[in-house]
Design a protein around this ligand. Sequence first.
Ligand code: NAD
Ligand code: LMR
Length: 308
Amino acid sequence: MKVTVVGAGAVGASCAEYIAIKNFASEVVLLDIKEGYAEGKAMDLMQTASLNGFDTKITGVTNDYSKTANSDICVITSGIPRKPGMTREELIGINAGIVKNVSSSLIEHSPNTIMIVVSNPMDTMAYLVHKTTNLPKHKIIGMGGALDSARFKYRLAEALGGPISDVDGMVLGGHSDTGMIPLTRLATRNGVPVSEFLSEERLNTVKEDTKVGGATLTKLLGTSAWYAPGAAVSGLVQAIACDQKKMFPCSVLLEGEYGLNDISFGVPVILGKNGIEKIVDIELNQAEKDNMVSSAEAVRKVNDLLEL
Ligand SMILES: NC(=O)c1ccc[n+]([C@@H]2O[C@H](COP(=O)([O-])OP(=O)(O)OC[C@H]3O[C@@H](n4cnc5c(N)ncnc54)[C@H](O)[C@@H]3O)[C@@H](O)[C@H]2O)c1
Ligand SMILES: O=C(O)C[C@H](O)C(=O)O
């Protein structure tokens, strides 16, 4: 199993580290445009191998796509992150060009790859890959919902005063400060609806804190987060590499599911060796459906800015 991660910055390196620590991939290639940067990150990570007990071989390359040839999975994290006060959508001007060039270079050397898009604004970047490459739709996966759901569980556990391992829940919709839809109605503590433990008001606070999860960290860190994003990507990569058939909310091209068409948007999917093996069309209530419609409208407005 060969995995390429483009962008050896904060998220790319964190993702490579988590993939290696989980020890399921034979090879991870880190690629960056900055001279020597990916080589340095790869060497530093390889010097953790004996300490962390992994056998994955991590190599770094400067913009040499021939070294990424025949990757089973490619992850795109290249591009700029936001600064405090910015939205993810403001990154489109620079990141669209980067994602377009990187995805086509990757496919040139790995025509059968499965691609995971991380760069922001992620739903629009995933849509861009659909529109500008010939990869089939089940092989283009935008990562956002897995991270947002992890943040949702963190906030739920905080509100419940219990361990995160007790909690389950999902966030659908666009990966944006206003577009995320944390499904509090379906969230549970060991199978019991969280509404049995938390008031509507407290659940609303959980919801709002989840939606601004990325912005909150960006304000604290001066740039956007990387540990949970890297871990979330590694979870998707592992589900595909190990054919786990796990369910994650991911940004995928919709063709009628949830009443939406021609948009890459966050919905639950089953991930396995073929990439997206199934889009899970769950029954939502009217308020949730309305939120899906307005979140999708906001993503479409950003998609309209793409020069396709
Ligand atoms: N989808 C998500 O959930 C999620 C989570 C976190 C971050 N992000 C996004 O991921 C992106 C990366 O964030 P980061 O914190 O790692 O940023 P970073 O600045 O630390 O790293 C980005 C790296 O990309 C490299 N790069 C730029 N252009 C390139 C190109 N053409 N080819 C190869 N490499 C190139 C840079 O040299 C840099 O090392 C940002 O757009 C950020 O908003 C998305
Ligand atoms: O918040 C950001 O800009 C980065 C990422 O999308 C995140 O949610 O951490």
